[in-house]
Design a protein around this ligand. Structure first.
Ligand code: SAM
Length: 241
């Protein structure tokens, strides 16, 4: 059986001959868990320079080194799609970040709404989930996870060239179409918390000129399911699928 392709995100600029110094965690994974030896390949990417084949040149549980040998894949950029979502329980929030990365979101913005369950996130941990999801799914791009922000403030400062696909549970079962929205190159998807949107939030969203309200079918979905369904819908109608 062929050895699994090991992929790793690194912050360094990548070019042939470059030496990459590994962190303690990366070294533990490569040499302690995956048992790599000098000469073994590791495929690395930094989110900017595509994927490169590197080789282990020094091993050590606390630190090791790779040498970059050759380009192995182009830099792929996702469509300019943001995911705005209200954080829910920890494991389900982690799931949303992981799936949004796999599904090709360019940026992930946790937001607080009137009925948000969680007023705090660990941004660095969520960013690490995005890195691991990109490593696992063969992507060369890692979406930035923003700090938690208030939805009303984001809406007040919303960029005029970005449309917002508002997933509104009040439209459950209604027939809506993303294709009826004015053409736009930049989009965002908005998913509410377990408690849904308040009536004033819904009115404000519906009256904004950049908003397209949509239904996600005849059943109310959990927020994590809704995030995956909404990204699937957008990607299949307007994205890179
Ligand atoms: N508590 C709300 C209720 O009972 O009506 C349900 C909120 S739902 C668990 C969380 C979020 O997922 C919603 O705010 C919405 O963004 C999205 N969502 C779930 N089902 C949806 C549907 N059928 N159509 C549109 N959005 C949906």
């Amino acid at each position: 059986m062929a050895a699994p392709k090991i992929r790793m995100h690194v912050p360094d600029a990548l070019h042939k001959g470059q030496t990459v110094h590994l962190t303690r965690e990366q070294s533990h994974y490569l040499f302690g868990v995956m048992r790599l030896n000098p000469g073994d390949p590791v495929y690395i990417f930094n989110g900017r320079d595509g994927e490169w084949r590197a080789e282990v040149i020094e091993t050590g549980r606390r630190g090791g080194m790779l040498s970059v040998r050759a380009a192995s894949g182009p830099q792929q950029l996702p469509p300019d799609l943001w995911l705005l979502f209200a954080p829910i329980k920890k494991a389900r929030t982690d799931f949303i970040v992981e799936k949004a990365t796999e599904m090709g979101a360019a940026r992930i913005l946790p937001v607080t709404t009137e009925f948000t369950n969680s007023e705090r996130i660990n941004r660095e941990r969520l960013q690490q989930h995005a890195v691991e999801a990109a490593e696992q799914c063969g992507g060369t791009y890692v979406p930035d996870v923003a700090d938690l922000a208030r939805l009303d403030r984001l809406l007040a400062d919303w960029p005029s060239d970005r449309r917002l696909m508002f997933c509104d549970e009040a439209l459950v079962g209604a027939r809506t179409s993303l294709m009826s929205a004015p053409p736009a190159a930049k989009w965002a998807v908005l998913i509410g918390p377990e408690g849904g949107f308040s009536a004033p939030e819904r009115e404000r969203l519906k009256s904004a000129p950049f908003v397209t309200p949509v239904s996600l079918g005849p059943r109310i979905l959990r927020a994590d399911t809704a995030a995956v369904a909404a990204l699937t819908l957008w990607q299949s109608m307007l994205g890179d699928w």
